[in-house]
Design a protein around this ligand. Structure first.
Ligand code: AMP
Ligand code: ZN
Length: 112
């Protein structure tokens, strides 16, 4: 499968890593939308938030544990935002589940 985030997870494409374990990888976004902007992905290929099931949702819980840990380590005490874009209307451009974590600036709500 030709999936850029699977290749990043496998180390075939380099990334600026924030955190890694056997289940997940967190790395800085190439096109940051905030002073801190990283992505957290499952190493297992899940194409998007519409493909989360009872069988694979454990890694999603783990991703949120990693987000709490990494944002604390980065000192994002003012808060942060977690976003997953899904499908065309959601603005998803990479078909491998990923959670954007944005911080260190005040973020508007609702998003555009
Ligand atoms: P989305 O549009 O929600 O699917 O988000 C995809 C994100 O992946 C975008 O914010 C891109 O800037 C980011 N991105 C694409 N390729 C890479 C890469 N090789 N390394 C880091 N971030 C990437
Ligand atoms: Zn993939």
């Amino acid at each position: 499968m030709d999936c850029i985030f699977c290749k990043i997870a496998a180390g075939e494409i380099p990334s600026n890593k924030v955190f890694e374990d056997d289940q997940v990888l967190a790395f800085y976004d190439l096109d940051p939308q905030a002073p801190v902007h990283f992505l957290v992905i499952p190493k297992e290929h899940i194409s998007g938030a519409d493909q989360i099931t009872a069988e694979n949702s454990g890694v999603v819980a783990h991703i949120f544990e990693v987000i709490a840990k990494v944002t604390a380590e980065l000192g994002l005490t003012g808060g942060f935002r977690v976003v997953t874009n899904c499908g065309e209307d959601g603005g998803q451009t990479v078909g491998h589940l990923h959670f954007h974590v944005l911080g260190r600036r005040s973020l508007a709500w609702p998003p555009g």
